[in-house]
Design a protein around this ligand. Structure first.
Ligand SMILES: *Cc1c(COP(=O)(O)O)cnc(C)c1O
Length: 403
């Protein structure tokens, strides 16, 4: 199947609801193995062409039953802390485990060092505190830098270069720390930056220029440079040429191994959230369909980011004759998924398929309002469906006490 034949995010199902979707009870997530495979191959081919190393950032996607799709193509996993590091070590055996955390806990460091190959610190103080132990354990040690180069607008909560950011060490912070401890630079094997979010390679190029001018003098002494995540590499119109130029530039100018740790790009457009209509109400001019899936609980980025998720068969507001607001069943007034237009108002019981629902969903959902967690399924390239996980009352209750 050539996934570029039809438009993402529904390319994996050729733009129509496959009959097997109708057999599933809703709400549920359904991962599309053919799209995951496609993404893994795109990233693996990039590695082969350039000699860079690509990691799966588990923060975005951690349905480990599907890690075997990535394992042959990527070099390992990236983790945000102890549990993700352990998951990566357990579920992608033999892969590298890289960890970045804004601040590590003393009581977790010994266990973390059992799983991690690379450990990236956020501040000179954390580096000073933990790097000697990490190096004694044979680990590669890095510092996350803040190149102070904002390349995104309107998404301040996703901009680690925003004024006052806690993420990464600025050049001024580094120089001050080195003044106090001249041995700090000797602890470093590599540098790490992560400043992008769903961006193209032009933003990377601008960032790399900023990195070169703020930290370029340190880089020739480094073994590696990690470009972080936020690269939308598997999007069909992504500027791969510029990305490759950036990778080669770092390799040539500083003789470093380049790491990329995309989360989104690994599982972009590789999942669906299936939901059914529970009720349709009308308030004045507004028609509202209440679904069995909740934005607040099951697709939290819809509210946090915020954005309107793609819906199979629906149009932009005004594109089709019937405007309908889709909303969740919780008591939160703002549990609204978005306004869509339809050829006909959805009826109670209708199945709706949201797209691009593999990322930042199953690893980020919650049971607010006592909402059940959706089941998680996976669909093979041949259309077979297997269950990865299902949840019930106990999953809700166990998080709140000891029954
Ligand atoms: C979030 C994050 C990633 C992955 O980001 P995506 O936008 O999902 O590609 C990678 N590295 C770090 C340090 C992150 O915080």
């Amino acid at each position: 199947m050539n996934l570029l034949d039809t438009r993402p995010p529904f390319a994996g199902i050729n733009g129509e609801i496959p009959p097997e979707f109708k057999t599933l009870s809703t709400p549920c997530y359904l991962m599309d193995e053919a799209v995951l495979q496609h993404n893994a191959e795109v990233l693996g081919a990039l590695q082969k062409r350039t000699g860079c190393k690509v990691l799966l950032a588990q923060k975005a996607f951690s349905n480990y039953d599907l890690y075997p799709i990535f394992a042959p193509h990527l070099v390992g996993t990236e983790a945000s802390g102890l549990f993700e590091a352990r998951l990566g070590a357990e579920e992608m055996p033999g892969g590298e485990v890289h960890v970045f955390c804004a601040a590590y806990r003393e009581d977790e460091m010994d266990e973390l060092l059992r799983y991690a190959d690379h450990i990236v610190f956020n501040s000179p103080r954390q580096l000073q505190k933990f790097a000697p132990k990490a190096k004694a354990a044979g680990k590669s040690v890095g510092l996350r830098i803040n190149p102070e180069c904002s390349t995104q607008e309107g998404h301040e909560i996703y901009d680690p270069c925003a004024p006052g950011s806690r993420l990464g060490t600025t050049r001024a912070q580094w120089d001050k720390a080195v003044q106090e401890d001249a041995h700090l630079p000797e602890l470093l094997d590599g540098l790490h930056f992560h400043t992008l979010c769903e961006q193209d390679a032009d933003a990377l190029e601008a960032t790399l220029n900023a990195v070169a001018s703020t930290f370029g003098d340190l880089l020739p002494k480094m073994q590696w440079l990690n470009f972080g995540g936020g690269h939308h590499i598997t999007r069909p119109d992504y500027d791969m040429e510029t990305l490759e130029r950036c990778i080669r530039r770092a390799q040539q100018d500083w003789n470093v191994t380049v790491y990329l740790e995309p989360g989104e790009a690994c599982a972009l457009n590789a999942g669906y959230l299936l939901s059914r209509v529970l009720d349709v109400v009308r308030n004045g001019e507004t028609t509202i369909a209440i679904l069995d899936a909740s934005a607040a609980c099951h697709m939290p980025d819809v509210i946090e980011m915020p954005y309107r998720p793609p819906l199979l068969g629906a149009g932009e507001p005004g594109e089709k004759p019937y405007m309908v607001r889709l909303a969740g069943p919780t008591c939160l007034a703002g549990d609204v998924i978005g306004d869509y237009s339809f050829d006909a108002v959805p009826a109670v019981g209708d199945l709706l398929v949201f797209g691009d629902m593999a990322i930042y969903t199953t690893c980020k959902n919650n049971t607010f309002n006592g909402m059940p967690l959706p089941g998680i399924y996976s669909r093979t390239a041949g259309g077979d469906i297997r269950k990865l996980a299902s949840f019930g009352y106990r999953d809700f209750k166990y998080r709140l006490g000891s029954p």
